[in-house]
Design a protein around this ligand. Sequence first.
Ligand SMILES: Nc1ncnc2c1ncn2[C@@H]1O[C@H](COP(=O)(O)OP(=O)(O)OP(=O)(O)O)[C@@H](O)[C@H]1O
Ligand SMILES: [Mg+2]
Length: 396
Amino acid sequence: MDPIRNPYAPGAGTPPPELAGRDELRELVKIALARIRIGRPAKSVLMVGLRGVGKTVLLDRLRDEAEGAGIQTMRIEAPEARSLPAMLAPELRQALLRLSRSKRAGDLARRALRGLAGFVRALKMSYGDIEVGLDYQPEPGLADNGDLEHDLQALLEVAGEAAAKADTAVAMFIDELQYVAEAQLAALITALHRIAQRQLPVALVGAGLPQLPGRMGRARSYAERLFDFPTIGPLAVEDARAAIVKPAARENVEFEAAALERITQATQGYPYFLQEWGKHCWAAAETPPITVADVEAASATAIAALDEGFFRVRFDRLTPSEKRYLRAMAELGPGPHRSGDIARELSREVQSVAPTRSNLIAKGMIWSASHGDTAFTVPMFDAFMTRIMPGEDWRS
Ligand SMILES: Nc1ncnc2c1ncn2[C@@H]1O[C@H](COP(=O)(O)OP(=O)(O)OP(=O)(O)O)[C@@H](O)[C@H]1O
Ligand SMILES: [Mg+2]
């Protein structure tokens, strides 16, 4: 059918035509932010889930909704290579500049901008990657100790005071939080803890891989009490159907019931896969309705597209020994697997493959569901590994 009208949108962070099954969570975050804004206790929300379940698009949607409610937002993606303060500073600057235009809160916002100037200068030594234009001179003694934990707390406090004065809140939307280094994560948690005690309107809405709660807990033992960690999972069958059917219905295209059934089965409700299947079904069909035969034709091209995109981008970042480790896991099935079993599959000792396992965790490819267990962070990665490294060659 007409490729120009194809509504589906597979892609990292690409907004879906229909954001299915996330209403409850949107409501939860809306309430949490509204409470934090008026100084009522509420936990910040950190969404955790596997690759491709829709964390990024949900975070973006939540941010739009917060902006719509008049909250000052910051959007940050924690990369593997840059520091949190370097990412935070320019975003905070913009939020504070916006606040500084407020009549009531202008003075406090300008004070916070002075705090930012002190923060940046003092931390430049330890975090050389901080680069941000400064609008005001530092205020001596304000957020300029050179110690991230102390300075971040001081900085967010003055920002919170400005936001409170303006009857708004400052909300940080941080994606890929699991990549933030532990000491920086600890500083962020401490700052938010202090902010909560002072009932200042500063909130964090975050997203990350399933290892995030464990990392937060190791950084600060009280993290569990400060945050909610809702799981973002595959869509329930009804929601998965809606994700496929609704965008097509808007184009007057229907799916046969059996075709829809095939799609929800093949994708297991994973949002990225749903978008890919939707797109390829549309392309495969000559005319509506979309049939089982169309889905069958589409499955092959959808998998090929995933192999070249979604899976491939991850695979290409791996060293040969990391690939072998994942291939051994795949040999055992979808998982999770015991570290001992994986080592045995590799004909190695657990200790000798432990560094490879650690690197794979740091890269966000696998995570430890419980002690000694190892699971893929990418859904259906086991099947991909056996497609890309078929046979027994990998053993040698
Ligand atoms: N609720 C949803 N309903 C339908 N499609 C969705 C939904 N959420 C996400 N998608 C689609 O799934 C794909 C992946 O979304 P997104 O990039 O947000 O996932 P992610 O969890 O951030 O993945 P990663 O961990 O790789 O960053 C996108 O194509 C998006 O349009
Ligand atoms: Mg993402």
